[in-house]
Design a protein around this ligand. Structure first.
Ligand SMILES: O=C(O)CCC(=O)C(=O)O
Length: 266
């Protein structure tokens, strides 16, 4: 029988159990738990903080997704609510570039989308203590509009997370169909499914620092504001198969420094 990658050899699982793979396709997400060692977490925290300091002092770009898109540095830095985003950490920091190629992550992704894996993009998502903004309910592919819609994200936290400081929340089974989104009422930088989501169904994934969740690009998810004393530093890597198309621009994504192939069966 042919598998989804078009070849006839038996599928070799690399990192996930059959039960985990089934769970992912039923629920649209998986809680993997801690995968990074403490010394790796320390290094990534240092580099993360350095990149945000550089960005916040104007030396490199970032967005505050809690306010309307602007290049005004003071507006981004001084807003009362801050959901800060650095796109493509891998283009500015070698340690984050290395992480894209980490076998612990790629082996899991391979179990879900096969051995041909390309980067769609990565992003650091920082909720400072006390005034970290929410990321409203959304499906990633409402932003991306990729075809086929089978991208998988690895979301990694560098701090302990729970419901109070911005743990991931998922609606199980919501990945089976794409849904209409609207611009968020509070910021044009985010989409929001808001009232259309049955929040009582949300699975809230508390994790220790170094922990990971995986989710499908149509799984509805949300992270709450961070009003605690603890910052929440997260990093997301979004993976696709080569040959994925942008419906927005009507082009296939080329392989490039920005979008490297991370693994390929030769
Ligand atoms: O880190 C967050 O708060 C949101 C992350 C997210 O929406 C994603 O990785 O798709």
């Amino acid at each position: 029988m042919q598998n989804t990658n078009g070849n006839t050899s038996p599928v070799q699982r690399k990192a996930l159990s059959e039960e985990q793979i089934n769970r992912f396709w039923i629920d649209g997400y998986l809680n993997i738990g801690k995968i990074l060692q403490d010394d790796e977490i320390e290094l990534l925290r240092r580099e993360y903080d350095r990149e945000f300091e550089r960005a916040r002092s104007g030396q490199s770009g970032f967005r505050n997704l809690s306010i309307d898109d602007t290049d005004d540095l003071d507006a981004k830095n001084e807003a009362g609510t801050q959901m800060l985003q650095i796109m493509q950490m891998c283009e500015r920091n070698i340690h984050y570039r290395h992480l894209l190629y980490d076998d612990r992550i790629l082996d899991m992704v391979e179990d879900l989308i096969g051995p041909n894996i390309q980067l769609f993009h990565d992003q650091a998502l920082f909720k400072p203590a006390h005034h970290g903004g929410p990321v409203h309910w959304h499906q990633d592919n409402a932003y991306w509009r990729c075809s086929p819609p089978n991208l998988v994200s690895c979301w990694l936290t560098l701090d302990d997370v729970d419901i109070h400081n911005g743990a991931m929340q998922f609606i199980p089974g919501s990945h089976f169909r794409s849904q209409e989104h609207e611009r968020a009422a509070d910021t044009s930088a985010l989409l929001d499914m808001g009232d259309k989501v049955d929040h009582s169904q949300a699975a809230i994934i508390a994790l220790p620092a170094g922990g990971v969740t995986l989710h499908h690009c149509q799984t509805l998810h949300y992270t709450a504001p961070n009003v605690t004393d603890n910052q929440r530093r997260a990093f997301a890597i979004h993976f696709m198969n080569p040959g994925t198309k942008s419906l927005r621009e009507n082009v296939y994504f080329d392989v490039s420094f920005e979008r490297p192939v991370l693994r390929m069966r030769v």
